[in-house]
Unconditional design. Sequence first.
Length: 318
Amino acid sequence: MNRAAYKSMRWRQLSLGLTVALSAQLGCAMEGNTDPDCAGDKCDIFGTDDRLDWSEMPAGAMASGVGKTWRAIASDSVVALASLESTNKLLAGSPPLRTDVGICADAKFAQQPAVSFCTGILVADDLILTNRHCLETSLSDIRILFNYRMEGESALAPIEVREPVEVVDSGYRKGEQDYALIRLDRNAPPNQVPHTWIRWHDNAEDNELVNLISHPMGLPQKFTLGAVRSSADKRFEHTAATQAGSSGAPVFDDEGFLIGIHTWSPPGGGTENDLERDCLIEVINEQPTSSSNGAQHVTEVLDSYCSTASASPELCTG
């Protein structure tokens, strides 16, 4: 939804008193945070591990005139960033599994592939929004994976791949700004529709319910719920479960509008060695009280892009 359409819709909601009170749902919102720079599996999940596979994702509300729920539409636009080597192994049918890095075989998602290092979202036919720190390697060594998710307990969905060719815009200020818009070598696959439902100039609100879709630890797409802990002008803190690999993940409100991208998490360390079995188990910690995950409001990023001559009309003006 472009800026003019969103402003009109939001005004109708507010004037009719239809803004949904979400505080009653926050008791179900799980906390989760990790250090975005953690290596291997040295990452925490705080509270209860509520990560769900794509096939387990709650339906949510139907999107008007589309025949899909907004969560299904949103998940179609979420992508994974992976190295060329890992992508080739995945396409060859021999991807690394979580058990290959020592995770116990009975751990959650242990038998699933783990190939990606960041998450992003398609916002125009050939444009991906993610974090700037996800691009520390050469673009030529990065591949964009569409539809990297489980269709059942053991089957991956058909995956399509694109190459990033240009950083259209980016910015980084520690603790405040961390974004990149990258151009693809060609348009996204036809079934991967850009997510243009943007919450323009309408920042996240304290205690608001949020939805996050990402690729934690390089896994196929996972869904989790959380809440906004605090919101400022350019960024907000949230409690949705994240791990390394969630960087760049889209954060949606409970109506499907994109409000931010996940950028950082407070330090945590998170696996323990099971000496009897000689493998690693993930530690589920108590919910933190003083720190949360950080996200950047998306408006500042897209406003900058929309002011350029090459901006997508569908996204920026309709």
